[in-house]
Ligand binder design. Structure first.
Ligand code: NAD
Length: 352
């Protein structure tokens, strides 16, 4: 069995679905179900005995220990986090509590459990920490892409909290010998992505006839990776990664935010034409995010060279699939766009 934290969120749910589509090894899915956690993402696993869901907080060390000793997983894959940069600017405390303290509690529970294992199981055990390229800070237009040796320089409370968690994970390897693996991935997109993030926000707002908010000049550059390619990278690192190592994961696909928005509008103009004009007419430039990183780019050569991973989707095919998924899943979108989410949007974009 594998123990997944945050498996009801965007990447975690895609990972659990993908894992169980390819393997019969059961998953213990531990998730607090914050606004970003959604069991509808896992509806297809409702009667699947290979999936055990437990609602809980990674700060609850007693519950974590009890579950680890009861289910005896061979690995922990740690996705749970507060993940939205804008929310970390208006409310950083939750980011410190979950991303730093929560990762610490999880590491402590993992260490206690790991030490209790027989020699063979202890040697085979892995703690895989899912992290982000944002820990490296920002790049100038001509800088080389982030590699595993790029110094950490996080600029937002989100990236600072993830950087702190990466350091704790590293320290548990160097100090206690816990067999950890860390992946630092670029921006993901795909199904089940909460519509506060750029790509799903633009798709859902465009189709609802709302403004398409673009921060500042929209020329910030991000490196996009289709979520199932990230899931495949995590599976590969779990299988063959060397304990104590970090692996950068990215799609070699740099795009400005504005060009992403334009491409989505063009796809929608084709798939669901408006009575008049283009979806591009809905674009509205808004005040830039404070401390907004200008450019991220990932050098994924270590993962490609050492573990033979390569992304399968390119941006054109991945974005087409994503737009098609949102067009076919209006019910999912309506369910997540309620309550707390609507209040958040109103506060962000001063909507009524
Ligand atoms: P998400 O916000 O969609 O999901 C996070 C999940 O964690 C949710 O299901 C939430 O309920 C759960 N959670 C939050 N706090 C918790 C707590 N205290 N205890 C237990 N569960 C809790 O995030 P995501 O986009 O799926 O990201 C998953 C991981 O991947 C994060 O660690 C993030 O930093 C990392 N990451 C994300 C991206 C991206 O583009 N989304 C890129 C690189 C790395």
């Amino acid at each position: 069995m594998i123990f997944v934290t945050g498996g009801a969120g965007f990447i975690g749910a895609n990972f659990v679905l993908d894992w169980l589509a390819q393997s019969d090894e059961p998953v213990l899915n531990y998730d607090k179900l914050t606004y970003a956690g959604n069991l509808n993402n896992l509806a297809s696993l409702k009667n699947d005995k290979r999936h055990v869901f437990v609602q809980g907080d990674i700060n609850d060390s007693a519950q974590l220990c009890a579950l680890l000793f009861e289910y005896q997983p061979r690995a922990i894959l740690h996705f749970a986090a507060e993940s939205h940069v804008d929310r970390s600017i208006t409310g950083p405390a939750a980011f410190v509590t979950t991303n730093i303290n929560g990762t610490f509690e999880l590491l402590e529970a993992a260490r206690t459990y790991w030490l209790s294992l027989e020699d063979d199981a202890r040697a085979d055990f892995r703690f895989l920490h899912v992290s982000t390229d944002e820990v490296y800070g920002t790049l100038g237009p001509d800088d080389a892409a982030f590699s595993e040796t790029t110094p950490y320089a996080p600029n937002s409370p989100y990236s600072a909290s993830k950087a702190a968690s990466d350091h704790l994970v590293r320290a548990y390897h160097h100090t206690y010998g816990l067999p950890v693996l860390t992946t630092n991935c670029s921006n993901n997109y795909g199904p089940y992505h909460f519509p506060e993030k750029l790509i799903p926000l633009i798709i859902t707002n465009a189709r609802a006839g709302k403004d398409l908010p673009v921060y500042g000049d929209g020329l910030q550059v991000r490196d996009w990776l289709y979520v199932t390619d990230h899931c495949a990278a995590i599976r590969r690192v779990l299988e063959a990664g060397k304990p104590g190592e970090t692996y950068n994961v990215g799609g070699w696909n740099e795009q400005t935010n504005l060009s992403v928005v334009h491409t989505i509008c063009e796809l929608l103009d084709e798939l669901q034409p408006k009575a008049e004009g283009s979806y591009k007419d809905q674009i509205k430039h808004i005040t830039d995010r404070p401390g907004h990183d200008r450019r991220y780019a990932i050098d994924a050569r270590k993962l490609e060279r050492e573990l033979g991973w390569k992304p399968k989707e390119n941006f054109t095919t991945g974005l087409k699939k994503t737009v098609a998924w949102y067009m076919a899943n209006d019910v999912w979108t309506k369910q997540v766009q309620s309550g707390e989410y609507l209040q958040w949007v109103a506060q962000q974009y001063n909507e009524d």
